[in-house]
Design a protein around this ligand. Structure first.
Ligand SMILES: NC(=O)C1=CN([C@@H]2O[C@H](COP(=O)(O)OP(=O)(O)OC[C@H]3O[C@@H](n4cnc5c(N)ncnc54)[C@H](OP(=O)(O)O)[C@@H]3O)[C@@H](O)[C@H]2O)[C@@H](O)CC1
Ligand SMILES: Nc1ncnc2c1ncn2[C@@H]1O[C@H](COP(=O)(O)OP(=O)(O)O)[C@@H](O)[C@H]1O
Ligand SMILES: [K+]
Length: 515
């Protein structure tokens, strides 16, 4: 499990070490970690460091110091290095070390276009303009450089036309370390090498997109108090996924009730059912119109379909909403599922029936547009753009207002418990942005809720338990999408096959964090 912390928590952990005079030592550890990651990435790409063109972007603070020291080490291995100084006052000792290894420097303010060209023609750009001391987006010539560089490389790929590798020092410059907001100009990295602890802004909103892969360098800060944001990894998922016991029968494994689909939108029910079955539920009991029952049974003969009410069937968890449209019976079933006290996924159209006073076992799964509407009904104004810019804040706020667990979809999907525990999963691929993809996510989550033993074996699961299960479902969905995308565009109806593969690999202990 990865734990991420706000910049202020990392700075507080550094403070006693800085007071003890260890600042220079911490910077050397950070710079060495950055150098090693840069060397590895350049070697993997072009086979040799010798003769590689590297540009270091160095700001006025310690972030620029880290980048200059890393650049000095790369120069020592034969790389040709230029530092673009974005301020008049770069870190003096780091600059001296850089120059003593033969690194040359250019003052950005006098040559923005030349610096943008230099970056675009480099093998590697190290972004050391701003770190945790940055406030707001980039300003002045640094902002112009980011704009010009992005313009020059847009359309290039990492293949034949050689887009330069961009490695961010601690965080991409212009990204807020705590929220991931990136309102102004900022850099976008292939890899972010972060120091001491992962910053929350690298795992949320635009910051998660700008960060690329994340690598954390231990600089000896020790443990930090109260993690703000978690990310599940393969080993965590393997532990969370239940395996049938020898004494199990279909009911003890878990039954999921699905109230999804309508005469207008029957396909959503088929997708959700398929995903739930592929995740390993004991039984699906489907409730909905007869026409949808027939369609589901045509592709999933194992689903038990009926047209009745929620109170008439015995299940361990509910899933309501996908494709429900304006169907009045499905609306009633969604309300009964929320009031049942059982774990329930409330997705799509059912989200518009949500009222405050729910419990954490109810998991709402909006995208940003659906969350705008929900918050509006609860008396809070937030546009879709505001939610996409700061998803941590709005997912937490929605959980607080409803009492439910909230899963806010996106490139990095945020899950927030009403008690404050928050997760971010980013294994997905943009190929998953397709109609019907969310229906499969709800099916995976419904299955995990129905087969969850802690719900039956303990009186009240730990705070954050449902947020953890929702994060696990997101991760399985993202991995299944990424696996499917390896052979072409993703059709959501292809996902169940990949879900089975992902779960099988996780259970075998195969590490597929970087599929
Ligand atoms: N502390 C430690 O132990 C260790 C720290 N480490 C490293 O230090 C980094 C934090 O260093 P830092 O505090 O010097 O901040 P950093 O972000 O480099 O620069 C701030 C400067 O930028 C300026 N500025 C601000 N916003 C701006 C904007 N939008 N556009 C333009 N300029 C802007 C601001 O000027 P101001 O606006 O305040 O006048 C100020 O001068 C951290 O991320 C990590 O890399 C590692 O070495 C490990 C040990
Ligand atoms: N750009 C993206 N990158 C990765 N995943 C995405 C992206 N856009 C959407 N997704 C994922 O695709 C799914 C889309 O869900 P949703 O919009 O509810 O679809 P639908 O309701 O049509 O089934 C969500 O799991 C979301 O996180
Ligand atoms: K940076």
């Amino acid at each position: 499990m990865i734990s991420a912390y706000p910049g202020a928590a990392v700075r507080a952990a550094e403070k006693p070490l800085l007071d003890a005079g260890l600042g220079p030592a911490l910077m050397q550890r950070a710079a060495y970690g950055l150098y090693a990651a840069c060397a590895r990435e350049v070697l993997a790409r072009r086979g040799s460091l010798y003769g590689a063109h590297v540009t270091v972007l160095a700001g006025s603070g310690n972030n620029g110091g880290d980048a200059l020291y890393a650049g000095a080490r790369l120069a020592g291995r034969g790389a040709g290095i230029t530092a673009v100084l974005t301020s008049e006052a770069p870190h003096p000792e780091a600059l001296a070390a850089f120059r003593s290894r033969g690194g040359r420097t250019i003052q950005l303010s006098r040559a923005v276009a030349e610096c943008a060209r230099l970056c675009a023609e480099s093998d590697l750009v190290i972004d050391g303009i701003l770190g945790t001391g940055g406030k707001g987006g980039l300003r002045g010539p640094a902002a112009e450089l980011a704009r010009a560089f992005t313009g020059r490389i847009s359309g290039r790929t990492s293949g034949i036309d050689r887009r330069p590798l961009v490695i961010a020092c601690d965080l991409p410059s212009g990204v807020d370390a705590d929220t991931g907001q990136a309102d102004g100009e900022h850099f976008t990295a292939d890899l972010t090498v972060t120091f001491g602890a992962v910053k929350t802004g690298l795992m949320a909103g635009p910051g998660a997109v700008a960060a690329g892969r994340i690598e954390c360098i231990d600089i000896g800060l020790g443990s930090l108090p109260g993690p703000a944001l978690y990310r599940l990894e393969s080993a965590d998922l393997a532990q969370l996924l239940p395996v049938p016991r020898k004494t199990d029968q279909k009911y003890s494994r878990g039954v999921l009730g699905i109230a999804a689909g309508s005469a207008t939108y029957p396909g959503a029910a088929v997708l959700a059912t398929g995903a739930a079955l592929a995740t390993g539920v004991g039984m699906v009991r489907y409730l909905g119109p007869e026409s949808v029952c027939r369609l589901i049974n045509a592709s999933h003969p194992e689903a038990v379909c009926a047209t009745g009410t929620v109170s008439l069937v015995h299940v361990q968890a509910w899933l309501a909403g996908p494709g429900a449209g304006a169907d009045e019976d499905q609306r009633r079933r969604a309300l009964e599922a929320m009031a049942s006290g059982l774990p329930a996924v409330i997705d799509a159209d059912a989200i518009s029936h949500v009222e405050p006073g729910l419990g954490p076992q109810v998991i709402l799964t909006p995208h940003a547009g659906e969350l705008t509407a929900l918050l509006g009904r609860l008396g809070e104004t937030a546009t879709r753009e505001q939610i996409e810019a700061d998803p941590l804040r709005y997912a937490r706020r929605a959980a607080e207002l409803t009492g439910a667990t909230v899963l806010l979809k996106g490139w990095a999907t945020i899950t927030a418990a009403p008690t404050g525990e928050t997760y971010s999963q980013a294994e997905a691929t943009p190929w998953l942005a397709a109609a019907g993809s969310g229906d499969t996510l709800s099916g995976i989550l419904g299955s995990l809720l129905a087969t969850d033993r802690s719900n039956r074996d303990t009186a009240s699961p730990a705070p954050g338990h449902y947020a953890e299960l929702a994060a696990a479902a997101t991760s399985i969905h993202g991995r299944a999408g990424t696996l499917t995308a390896q052979s072409g565009p993703v059709e959501p109806s292809m996902l169940p096959a990949a879900i089975r593969t992902v779960i099988g690999e996780l259970k075998k202990g195969v590490v597929i964090d970087s599929v």
